[in-house]
Design a protein around this ligand. Structure first.
Ligand code: FRU
Length: 570
């Protein structure tokens, strides 16, 4: 009787704890110290995999009815606690097989103890037709682009076509830490409100899908990206439905090398030479190629030796022309963007650039080799690249708002990382040097809502300054961000050492300082739930920093200036 009661209780619990839409998976076959298999039942759309972030990745091979591998992925399967679930699609147009088997290999010391059988994941793997992406994070930005769930790094393949801005991004659909690189996709009609789209390019036997870029060619959208397998090679994929789906080119890879860091291709049509050019990051230099058909590439030149900062690997290049308009005359210069990690001015990742000339073959930097120019003097501005084909001759960029020093540790779970607000680039001169100017894209003005007296969790603060100024944003918990504009030194600084949670990485608490190249008259400060982006309204200074306050900053003190605060409701 007692046994029966216990059995009934267990059954009840199972019924109660499993909602009708979700069903628990059957038992795994335990095969050894770090190996198990799980036969999947058919019917539901998703298998929900429980993740525990502190565990090491388990390698999962998805096998079809012929025992062929149809997919492989790495997931930090839960051992004793579930942080969150991620969905693996097991029923859609692409999954043709009648039955699926997961072959799972665990890694890490804990898994060598032979305790695989008792891992929490077996109880928590579930079938479901739905996956809940409603926001569960208090740090999820109100007006910055984020993935619905999972990890995001570099913006990729951005282009504008037929009134729509497309943004792809380095994405892990199976966890909120870097892994399983895939191109996620979002689209927008106003550069601000983004609609999540299905995955655009998924990994294959050439490797994971690393960063790359898109160009438009007639009706087609052509993506060139890095296939990161045993070695990094460049591949191509073509979309005939405006970037919604891509077909990989049968001749991939289209470019190979024996250099280990060989990645992040950025092609563009060069009207001056009526051919395609492409820049590629290779170790600590940029290689420049040309092509007639986007498939066959000829190396034209290399740039970088001895120039700028070399304290890290050069990544994610971009090369384009900008116009300098000083009111009286207009002139054009070429800008080569070169993201670098580590080596940034305050440690870790940052965006440096070079100004000069490009003749379709060779980029010539106009500054002395030792000159280093940074596009943004915050700690959280990386992998900056521009939209291809933006209207009105604009050069609009987005940056990944994080830093490889702590990107995997920031205190969010459901998703990790956001992109910066869109910015428009231009040129300005200071002394003998030409610099890139950075201003918030005009679309940001449309977000200005009601004027308010105190800052809110999402707002734009405009500060008119006359000479030096101090600005302090704070909350009732005593957390604060301290900003100082020093008119004499011509510097702007932001201190986030007491901004809230800074405990997750020693590299996080810091003060960042930027040159202002002359006087600042107006600052534009964009506050969102976990970021502060500060600009000189004229574009001579940009600073992007993450912050994680335990409650929003709701007071502001300004000395030496006058502030106007616009709420951003979005
Ligand atoms: C830059 C980067 C790229 C690479 C990608 C991989 O953040 O390291 O060079 O393609 O991330 O996710």
């Amino acid at each position: 009787m007692k046994k029966l009661m216990t059995l009934m209780a267990v059954l009840m619990l199972t019924v109660l704890s499993t909602s009708p839409a979700q069903a628990q998976a059957q038992s795994p076959m335990i095969l050894g110290e770090n190996h198990a298999m799980l036969r999947l039942e058919q019917g539901k759309r998703y298998l929900l995999l429980p993740v525990q972030e502190k565990e090491e990745n388990a390698h999962i091979a998805v096998l079809d009815e012929r025992n062929e591998m149809v997919k492989r992925l790495n997931v930090r399967l839960a051992v004793d606690k579930v942080d969150y679930w991620v969905p693996l699609e097991i029923k859609n147009e692409k999954v043709k097989s009648k039955s699926l088997l997961l072959d799972i290999t665990f890694h890490g010391d804990r898994r060598k103890t032979g305790a695989v059988k008792g891992f929490v994941c077996w109880r928590e793997i579930k079938y479901s037709d739905t996956f809940d992406t409603r926001n569960r994070e208090r740090f999820r930005p109100m007006y910055h682009h984020t993935p619905l769930y999972g990890w995001m790094n570099d913006p990729n393949g951005m282009f504008y076509k037929d009134g729509v801005w497309h943004l792809y991004y380095q994405y892990n659909p199976y966890g909120s830490m870097w892994e399983n690189m895939t191109w996620g996709h979002s689209s927008s009609r106003d550069l601000i409100h983004w609609d999540a789209q299905p995955l655009a390019i998924e990994s294959d036997w050439l490797g994971a899908i690393f960063s790359g870029s898109c160009v438009t060619r007639g009706d087609e959208v052509v993506a060139i990206y890095t296939s990161a397998g045993h070695h990094q090679t460049q591949s191509m994929a073509v979309s005939r439905d405006n970037g919604q789906t891509f077909e990989k080119y049968s001749g991939n890879p289209i470019l190979t090398s024996d250099v280990p860091d060989f990645r992040d291709p950025n092609p563009f049509w060069n009207e001056d030479i009526k051919a395609w050019n492409m820049v590629l990051a290779v170790g600590q230099e940029m290689r420049i190629y040309s092509s007639k058909d986007l498939k066959e590439w000829k190396e034209e030149s290399r740039f970088g030796l001895g120039y700028g900062n070399h304290d890290g690997v050069w990544e994610c290049p971009d090369l384009f022309k900008l116009t300098m308009d000083n009111g009286k005359s207009k002139s054009e210069k070429w800008v080569l963007i070169c993201n670098i990690n580590p080596g940034g001015p305050f440690g870790g990742s940052a965006t440096q650039y070079f100004v000069g000339d490009f003749d379709g073959r060779k980029f010539t930097c106009e500054s002395m080799p030792k000159v280093t120019k940074w596009m943004d003097y915050g700690k959280d501005h990386y992998a900056t690249v521009s939209f291809y084909n933006a209207p009105d001759n604009r050069r609009v960029v987005l940056a990944w708002m994080s830093n490889w020093q702590y990107a995997n540790q920031v205190p969010t779970k459901q998703f990790r990382s956001a992109n910066s607000i869109p910015r428009d680039l231009g040129l300005f001169k200071h002394g003998e040097e030409t610099y890139v100017s950075v201003v918030p894209s005009k679309e940001m003005l449309a977000l200005r809502g009601q004027k308010v007296k105190q800052p809110t969790e999402a707002c734009e603060i405009v500060v008119d300054v006359k000479g030096s100024a101090d600005i302090v944003l704070a909350n009732a918990k005593g957390e604060q961000v301290v900003m100082h504009y020093d008119a004499q030194q011509q510097t702007f600084a932001m201190d986030r050492t007491k901004s809230g949670d800074v405990s997750f990485s020693e590299a996080f608490p810091c003060e960042t300082t930027a040159p202002t190249y002359g006087a600042i008259r107006q600052l534009r400060i964009f506050v969102d739930r976990c970021s502060i982006e500060t600009f000189d309204a004229e574009g001579k200074m940009a600073m992007t920093n993450l912050v994680f306050p335990s409650e929003p900053y709701n007071t502001i003190k300004v000395k030496g200036g006058k502030s106007t605060i616009y709420k951003i409701d979005n």
